[in-house]
Design a binder for this molecule. Structure first.
Ligand code: WTA
Length: 655
């Protein structure tokens, strides 16, 4: 293409604000009938049988939805199944030799598992887990980076009915300990280390530090990822993965029959208060929902090579690297490393090498690709791509269009999928072969999902006005509760907009949004005290408690400020105790404190020392003003402040 043609195309794209699904895509799509919205509406909640039908059930369910004890909804009650059998065993006859997991290491090493091979690995590890005493309903923690043993371990646990709790490998030792303690988890699966930008990172020391903070005895299984070049010692109660599995070579384990409502896994996520929330997902509803959305939204077919470039340590990886795609019997790609190693075309090289059909990634990555420029994707043949997806944070129209043009070649629909750890799977997005796409707007709620944008009192807002997302009907993939904390489950998610007197239960996801005349929802971001750094959810309270844990810090506030690449970045405002000086050493101590307590992803972008924080008369920190300051924006209303003078002082210090 000549420069002038390119410029013309660029200009046309910049002006266009709606895109039709490409003809070639529609013709082959899993779901292409626009009548599906009405069909779900007319047949709700039985419509969700379509999701359940994607699975094999050992015993049929009696009821699709049991809403006797709202908001503790139950789905597919009476049904029995096993998630590991659904992801493996049932594919063996037809697809045993097809690739289930295609793994690529950061250094270019590859491992591939056919369904038959994955089945064998999972069975052997399931036998091994049993041999070390793991029983049905024991919570097994996994603290592992992107290596095949992570999905193997997840499926092995699912096979024996032991719920897993995966802790993101980038989280700190403290975070691991908190989560193991909260779940009373007596088993940990981890590894010696992994590669980042070519360097071998020691992971086991971090895991061991975490174990020091665990209040009960724990048995640990350690995967040897780094090999002989990097020796590691095993402590008491620590077993080597390979040796353990070798002891169970060739063994098979019958999948345990699980109730639809039995817990499949726990996933801890950040909320408004300091302690992470243990989101509980179940076997029948969750698995049906992720299989259905992978089928309907990501258009996954068994013969595809599908790639979700997320980390399994977050919900996106659980639902759309492991459970959704494997339930559908497709090939799921797993990449260990970073997108810019050894060069900035790594992702495009992987797409070309494996002939990837669908790519599902995050806006933070897309913004980085855009910054690096199109020379990197242009080096590769990306014509295998059929669909693109994004998740985790709002995508701005410019980044959307860049993705559409330079990665999708204007021939792939983009699904901008809004959902959360709590929702289990996608909730608001266009269906790729049905709805027109509007860059920046996620789209309408999926068929069968009833979401709206409302004001403070729960009334729908007018088109174009900002309000809050609410969901006023249950869905199969929903969280069932917060582990061991039913009260918090009700107060966090249901109290805001529900009316128990009239039995109207409304789920509140704590996101702000706008809606247009066509019912398309544009997500504006969190309205609680959660910061979204590169699509990773971090609680401001968790960060603040890490900052005040640093010697010399009296008080602190953490907020999210805009950031070109990360979406949001952490800004810390700290008051020092008398006798401590505002210094680079103090800043470093705070950075270290946060990194140690949470992990490098929470590393503050900027630390501002201040003698005071802006507070309301009732003593609450006005974070909104600090956000304005971080963004160098005009300040909102300061009239309710007890100490209005402090604001200009903080502004001055922030310059
Ligand atoms: C945000 C990740 C805009 C949102 C799956 C939500 C999004 C939080 C989108 C959940 C999107 C997720 N557009 N914002 N397409 N997808 N979010 O639990 O604020 O890690 O509440 O789940 O990410 O983050 P979580």
């Amino acid at each position: 293409m000549s420069d002038s043609e390119d410029a013309q195309l660029e200009a046309r794209l910049a002006e266009q604000d709606a895109f039709e699904p490409p003809e070639s895509f529609v013709e082959q799509a899993n779901v292409s009938d626009p009548g599906i919205y009405e069909a779900f509406e007319d047949d709700w909640p039985e419509c969700w049988e379509r999701a359940a039908e994607l699975l094999d059930w050992e015993r049929d369910y009696d009821e699709v939805l049991d809403d006797v004890e709202e908001p503790f909804y139950e789905w597919f009650t009476g049904g029995k199944l096993n998630a590991s059998a659904n992801c493996l065993d049932r594919h063996l006859a037809d697809r045993g030799d097809e690739t289930a997991i295609q793994w690529e290491g950061e250094l270019g090493d590859t491992r591939s598992f056919s369904y038959a091979e994955l089945h064998r690995e999972v069975n052997e590890f399931a036998a091994a887990l049993r041999s070390i005493g793991i029983e049905e309903d024991d919570v097994v923690t996994m603290y592992m980076p992107m290596i095949p043993e992570l999905p193997i371990a997840m499926l092995a646990c699912a096979r024996i009915g032991a719920p897993h709790s995966v802790v993101f490998a980038g989280f700190s030792a403290d975070a691991l300990a908190t989560r193991m303690n909260a779940a009373d988890s007596e088993y940990l699966i981890t590894c010696d280390g992994y590669y980042r930008r070519g360097d071998a990172l020691d992971h086991l020391s971090k895991a061991n530090d975490g174990l020091d903070g665990v209040e009960h005895d724990a048995t640990t299984v350690v995967v040897d990822r780094l090999g002989p070049e990097s020796e590691h010692d095993l402590g008491e109660n620590q077993l080597d993965y390979d040796e353990l599995v070798a002891d169970h070579e060739g063994e098979t384990v019958d999948p345990v029959t699980r109730d639809a409502e039995d817990m499949l896994f726990l996933m801890y996520t950040s909320g408004t208060t300091g302690t992470p929330k243990g989101v509980k997902h179940t076997t029948g509803g969750y698995l049906s929902y992720v299989a259905w959305t992978a089928h309907a939204v990501l258009d996954v077919k068994p013969e595809d090579t599908y790639w979700c470039a997320a980390d399994i340590g977050w919900i996106t990886g659980h639902s759309y690297i492991v459970y959704g795609p494997l339930a559908l019997g497709t090939t799921t790609v797993m990449y260990e490393g970073t997108p810019d190693y050894p060069e900035k075309d790594r992702l495009w090289e992987i797409v070309e090498t494996y002939g990837v059909d669908q790519l599902y990634t995050a806006p933070t990555a897309i913004r980085a690709f855009m910054k690096w420029g199109e020379t990197y994707p242009d080096r590769h043949d990306l014509s295998s791509l059929r669909l693109l997806g994004t998740v985790g944070e709002p995508i701005n129209p410019r980044a959307w269009k860049w993705y559409y043009k330079h990665i999708g070649g204007e021939e792939c629909p983009i699904v901008d999928t809004w959902w959360q750890t709590e929702t289990g799977g996608m909730m608001i997005t266009t269906l790729p072969a049905v709805g027109e796409m509007k860059p920046g707007s996620a789209g309408p709620p999926l068929p069968g999902v009833s979401a709206d944008v409302v004001d403070e009192s729960g009334d729908p807002v007018a088109a174009g006005e900002a309000g809050y997302v609410t969901v006023d009907r249950p869905w199969p993939g929903m969280l069932r509760t917060l582990y061991r904390n039913d009260d918090r489950f009700v107060s966090e998610y249901w109290e805001g907009y529900s009316d128990p007197e009239t039995d109207e239960w409304v789920y509140f996801p704590e996101d702000g949004a706008k809606i247009d005349d066509d019912g398309y929802i544009t997500i504006l971001g969190r309205v609680d005290d959660v910061i979204n750094v590169s699509g990773h959810r971090l609680g401001t309270m968790e960060i603040e408690s890490a900052v005040v844990g640093v010697e010399g810090v009296a008080e602190a506030a953490a907020v999210g400020g805009d950031h070109d690449l990360k979406g949001e970045a952490v800004y810390v405002y700290a008051i020092l105790e008398d006798g401590y000086e505002e210094s680079e050493e103090m800043e470093q101590a705070i950075v270290d404190g946060v990194t140690e307590a949470i992990g490098p992803i929470a590393r503050p972008e900027r630390i501002v020392f201040t003698p005071e924080l802006p507070k309301t008369r009732s003593g609450k920190i006005m974070r909104r003003l600090l956000v304005d300051i971080a963004n160098s924006e005009e300040l909102g209303d300061t009239s309710t402040l007890r100490n209005p003078d402090v604001v200009s002082d903080i502004q001055e210090r922030s310059r």
